[in-house]
Write a protein that binds this ligand. Structure first.
Ligand code: DX5
Ligand code: ZN
Length: 226
């Protein structure tokens, strides 16, 4: 039920294929892929060609596909969402304040055969969900201001996770609640207790010497979460 999604933003880009393989061998459930455009956020990362290049590595040693979770921090969204769908994305999330016609963009992503989601910055209310939650497969809450790995988890996120959990439960639909930024083995259980089920972690995993040890520690802390 809990999903750990390492963010390759903190991986060694010179050996990205083997980094993806290593983190999957270490127990990653999804691969989180951060796309930044130096416009919506003040940083520039990787595009659809890199997604297509790592897609063949998104598989476990016994042949199970590992979903490629593309987090778009770009403005506008539509053309890049389509390009990432073609590059092999399984899930595509975008910031609703980065595209004018949110409902249309969600539909566009789903029409490409991908799961679609909305991302909320720390100071962004969840109100847009009043109108589009029926088209949403995943809600991603930012627990840092987007743009960089290695920042500290913002405590206000706990309240927002609880709010988002209530909204999801009231739909009765299977919507993932993902949290991104500053997640480590020592706070993951609190994030789960607030209501999250999917955890992005970049620096906590890729800056550690042993990916398996970190992911195992996260899972055992999750197992103890109340
Ligand atoms: C931040 C990105 C995150 C980031 C998380 O804008 O969306 O996915 O890589 O990194 P950590 O886990 O280091 O905060
Ligand atoms: Zn992200």
């Amino acid at each position: 039920m809990y999903t750990i999604a390492p963010s390759i933003l903190s991986a060694d880009f010179a050996t990205l294929g083997s980094e993806v393989r290593a983190v999957i061998d270490a127990g990653a459930d999804w691969i989180h892929f951060d796309v930044m455009d130096n416009h919506y956020v003040p940083n520039l990362t990787i595009g659809p060609a890199v997604a297509a290049a790592i897609k063949p590595y998104c598989v476990t040693s016994d042949g199970q596909a590992v979903p490629l979770d593309v987090h778009l921090m770009v403005q506008p969204v539509d053309a890049l969402a389509e390009a990432f769908a073609n590059a092999g994305a399984d899930l595509i999330t975008f910031h609703p304040d980065a595209e004018t016609h949110v409902d249309r963009t969600l539909q566009l992503i789903k029409d490409q055969g991908c799961k679609a989601g909305l991302v909320f910055n720390p100071a962004m209310p969840l109100d847009v969900l009043d109108w589009v939650i029926d088209k949403v497969d995943i809600i991603l809450l930012m627990s840092v201001n987007p743009g960089f790995g290695g920042q500290c988890f913002l405590e206000s996120t706990y309240r927002k996770i609880e709010q988002a959990r209530r909204r999801i439960d009231s739909t009765g639909r299977d919507i993932r609640l993902e949290v991104d930024g500053g997640i480590k083995a020592d706070n993951i259980a609190l994030v789960a207790s607030a209501g999250a089920d999917t955890f992005v972690a970049g620096s906590a995993i890729f800056n550690a010497p042993d990916y398996t040890a970190v992911i195992e520690q996260m899972r055992s802390n999750l197992a103890a979460a109340k």
